[in-house]
Design a protein around this ligand. Structure first.
Ligand code: CP
Length: 369
C-alpha cells in the first residue's frame, strides 16, 4: 500500500504537486469479489472506490440498473440504523432486490451458526451478503464459507473491533469533499484527529487505513486505556491531550465509547445494561450505559475529551467535526456541537449511500475467485 506522510499545514493548503513524492496511479481496476477490510487494499483501489462513489453522488448513473436481477441480503447480527438502511437504499438504487435478516428474528436464536445461516441465504440465490457481527472476522468467515461455493460477494458492514470499511470510505469522502479533494482524493497536508474509544473501534481502524493511505496525518486521542500506544503500529500517532492539538486539527472524528465491547472484554462494564441500573451507571439518550473500567467516570471523560462549544472555539476556522453515529449527546459531544456549523455528521450519512453503491457495484462485477 502506498503511504505518504502528510505534514501539518494551514487548513486547505495543498502541497505543490511538483514537490510531492510520486504516488501510485490514481485509480486501479477493482479486482476484489469481497470488501472485508481497507487494511491491505492498494491506495489506488481505495481511490477507485471513492471515485465510483463520486460518480454516483453526482448522479452520473444513467437510467440503467446495473444490479437488476441481483439479490442483496443484509445479514445483521448486531444493531444498525445507518449502515443497514444505506446498504438497502444503495442496492435498490442500482436495481437489486433486497432481503433483510437480523439476529433478533432469525433461527440464530435457535442455535444456527452464522456460517450455516449465510450458506442458507446464499443457497436461496443471493448474490451479495452484507454482514454485521459483533465478532471480529465474522465477515471473512462468511466469505470463506460462501465465496467460492456460491460465487457470492461479501461486504463487511462492521465486525467487532476489526473494521467497518464502508464507514472508513465515507469518512474519507466527507473530508475530501469539505477540503476540495474530490478530484484526486489526495488528503496530503490534512491533520485528522480521531478522539475517543479508539481501541474498541472498527471505524477507527478503517479510518486510519484509508486516511493515512490517502496522505493525511492521523492522530488518535483519548485516555491511555482507550487509546493505547500500540495503535501507532497502524501508521497513526497517539496523543492523550486533546486540548494540545485541537487548534491544529483540520478534522476531528469523535467516537462513541463502545460500552458493549468493554462488556464483551469483561470490564466492569461486563454487567451490561441490565445490571447497570443496579450499579448506578448513567443513562444517556434513553440507553443504559455501563461504566467501563477504562474510564474512571463518564463526567470526567466528558470534561477532558468531550467536545463542547468552549473547547471547539480553538479549532481552525474551516475545521470540521465528524461522528460515525450513533451519538451519545452530552458524553462525547454536546448537542450544540453535534448540530453546530462545524458538524458534517449528516453529510457523512448521506455519502454512505453512494459509497455503498460503489462497493456493491464493484464487488459484484469483480472476477470470481
Ligand atoms: N456508523 C454506523 O455503523 O452506524 P450504525 O451502527 O447505525 O450502522
Amino acid at each position: 500500500m502506498a503511504k505518504r506522510k502528510g505534514s501539518a499545514k494551514p487548513i486547505g493548503t495543498r502541497t505543490a504537486a511538483s514537490t510531492r513524492a510520486p504516488r501510485a496511479p490514481a485509480h486501479a481496476a477493482w479486482p476484489h469479489q469481497h470488501l472485508l477490510a481497507l487494511q491491505g487494499l492498494d491506495t489506488a483501489e481505495m481511490r477507485t472506490l471513492l471515485a465510483r462513489a463520486r460518480h454516483h453522488e453526482r448522479g452520473d448513473q444513467n437510467a440503467s440498473a446495473p444490479l437488476a436481477g441481483r439479490v442483496v441480503a443484509n445479514l445483521f447480527f448486531e444493531d444498525s440504523t445507518r449502515t443497514r438502511l444505506s446498504f438497502s437504499l444503495a442496492a435498490k438504487r442500482l436495481g437489486a432486490q433486497v432481503v433483510d435478516l437480523s439476529s433478533g428474528d432469525s433461527s440464530v436464536n435457535k442455535g444456527e451458526t452464522i456460517r450455516d445461516t449465510a450458506a442458507n441465504v446464499a443457497a436461496m440465490g443471493a448474490h451479495a451478503l452484507i454482514v454485521r457481527h459483533r465478532a471480529s472476522g465474522a465477515a471473512a468467515l462468511v466469505a470463506r464459507a460462501t465465496g467460492a461455493a456460491f460465487g457470492i460477494s461479501v461486504i463487511n458492514a462492521g465486525d467487532g473491533r476489526h473494521e467497518h470499511p464502508t464507514q472508513g470510505l465515507l469518512d474519507a469522502y466527507t473530508i475530501a469533499e469539505r477540503f476540495d479533494r474530490l478530484a484526486d482524493f489526495d488528503l496530503s497536508g490534512l491533520r485528522i484527529a480521531i478522539v475517543g474509544d479508539v481501541g474498541s473501534s472498527r471505524v477507527a481502524r478503517s479510518d486510519i487505513a484509508v486516511l493515512t493511505a490517502l496522505g493525511a496525518r492521523v492522530v488518535c486521542v483519548g485516555p491511555p486505556a482507550l487509546v493505547p500506544s500500540s495503535l501507532t503500529t497502524l501508521g497513526c500517532e497517539v496523543c492523550h491531550d486533546l486540548d494540545s492539538l485541537i487548534a491544529s486539527a483540520d478534522a476531528v472524528n469523535v467516537l462513541r465509547i463502545q460500552f458493549e465491547r468493554h462488556a464483551a472484554a469483561g470490564g466492569t462494564g461486563g454487567t451490561g445494561g441490565k445490571a447497570l441500573a443496579e450499579s448506578g451507571g448513567q443513562r444517556v439518550g434513553g440507553a443504559a450505559l455501563a461504566r467501563p473500567n477504562a474510564v474512571a467516570s463518564l463526567r470526567e471523560y466528558t470534561e477532558v475529551y468531550g467536545l463542547s462549544l468552549r473547547r471547539i472555539e480553538r479549532m481552525k476556522p474551516g475545521a470540521i467535526i465528524l461522528h460515525p453515529g450513533p451519538i451519545n449527546r452530552g458524553v462525547e459531544m454536546t448537542a450544540a456541537v453535534a448540530d453546530g456549523h462545524r458538524s458534517v455528521v449528516l453529510k457523512q450519512v448521506g455519502h454512505g449511500v453512494a459509497v455503498r453503491m460503489a462497493a456493491l457495484e464493484l464487488c459484484l462485477a469483480a472476477p470470481r475467485s
